[in-house]
Write a protein that binds this ligand. Sequence first.
Ligand code: ADP
Length: 561
Amino acid sequence: FTRAKGYHDDDQNIIGYAGLVTELTKKAKEQDVMKHKNQQLESLNKISKTISSKLKLDELVQEVTDITTQFVGAEFGAFFYNVKNEAGEFLTLYNLSGADKNSFAKFPIPRKTELFAPTYNGVETVISDDITKDNRYGKSAPHFGMPKGHLPVKSYLAVPVVSPGGEPIGSLLFGHKKIGVFNKDIIPLIEGIASQSAIAIENARLFTEKEVSESNFRMLAESIPQIVAIISQDGIPEYVNKRYTEYTGLSLDDAKAGKGRELVHPDDLEELIGNFEDALKNGNNFKHEFRFRRNDGVYKWHLTRMAPIKDSEDNIVKWVTATTDIDEHKKQEEKKDEFMGIASHELKTPLTSIKAYMQLIQRSTKNAEDDKLVHYVSKANDNIDKLEAIISDLLDISKIQSGKLEMSFSDFDFNTLVEEVYEGIQLTTYHHQIINEDKVDTVVNADRQRIEQVMVNFLSNAIKYSPDGGKITIRSKIKNDEFIEFSVTDEGIGISEDNLNFIFDKYFRVHTDNKEFSGVGIGLYISSEIIKRHSGKIWVESKEGEGSTFFFQIPIRGINE
Ligand code: ADP
């Protein structure tokens, strides 16, 4: 006021205050700017809330188009965005605001023309007061400018939408038929909204992908005949499928409370839990056969497999188990074993008799003149021995099956046994160099004959599966004063990783199509049963094409101490 100058009319009436008027105009302008800024902030705030609340991609994209068109004061806006189809190809879709989709449908998607490319490639915003006068405009065939019938555009604004990782997601295009509608000041704001939209779009995509994969998983888990469970890192069930509930009669809560364990046959429980806890601790896959009680009390044989689910950094986040009913298969297998037991008993009697007669023949041909006859008899005897070994293995299988594979423990010098086996096996091959490398001087308490059987199995396999000869190394070691570890290393064909897990299974053979390697696939199974009965461990390390090492470890002082 003090600085205001009054203007008077001739009658000295004040007609105005020049200074005050100027001050007021400036203030009003400032207030106007403030108000506008506040409005912008408010609408930015609203926009950001709206954008981040949408999780469905199509709704979100429409919302972004509408909101931004309104925000920049455009007559119409379009959002061109890239989507990946099922075949993994990129398509560009678009949404419109302020214009009917039909009025656009007959025109092709904007191409990477000189004008549009910077936006399309996510490089920069393009603004123009009159696009028809822009020298980048109208250069591209076939339309050289706007196609006939296109919405009339003079003011032009195109903003790239780029993901935080730098991937171009799409572009926002705004138009107005009047010249000079878009103000440069708005660029940072609309670019801010565009990057926020990009984050929201990425989230919506991830959400959709997650939803699809979860619904796929559920569909799969609910429709397969297997019992499926997802288990937390500490071994607590987090999800069980419908088949689990149907079979056991238990709910997820029951499973969480550990009621599933009560349904495992008491004879199978300890081993199953042992394997399960071992897998949780060591992060390895495991499979196990066990009897599982149905809700009507009937036990059925099942095979369960458990595998870890890992995150991108290879940390185990959960476990998944799939359990299959193998009861029918088990019954068939039992019948087969039963048949095998009977057949091998039946074969054994005549073979024993043939062997006795052959020995008589051998004795009477000892001094025969005919060399050929002596040779034939010796060949026949070798084959009788082979047949005897096969039948003896088959009989062992039926003993294992009926729980009659009994061990007879005694004290013996371990190295003497190794030497005996070593000498015996050396006679059977000319082109393998067998080395008894590490020896031990200790007496063990074990079933001598059965341990010999395991050693012979390891060594004869080492010879059989090294057809090109090479070194075979025998090692015996004492571990922690408590165990004796025996191993046989060969330089043979080795075993692939896929097969390693099954090598000790009954009837499992890797090289079934190769006639060179004859066998029935029961030697290692019997060996593992023998070692099991010594409370020991049996395992293999192998690389295909390089060779294998088979190990067993048993307590030095037997199983009673
Ligand atoms: P068989 O030798 O009669 O087939 P085994 O139970 O002794 O039966 O062995 C099972 C399978 O393991 C064999 O068929 C073979 O494929 C594989 N195998 C055993 N020992 C070796 C070895 N030293 N090197 C490579 N493969 C082996």
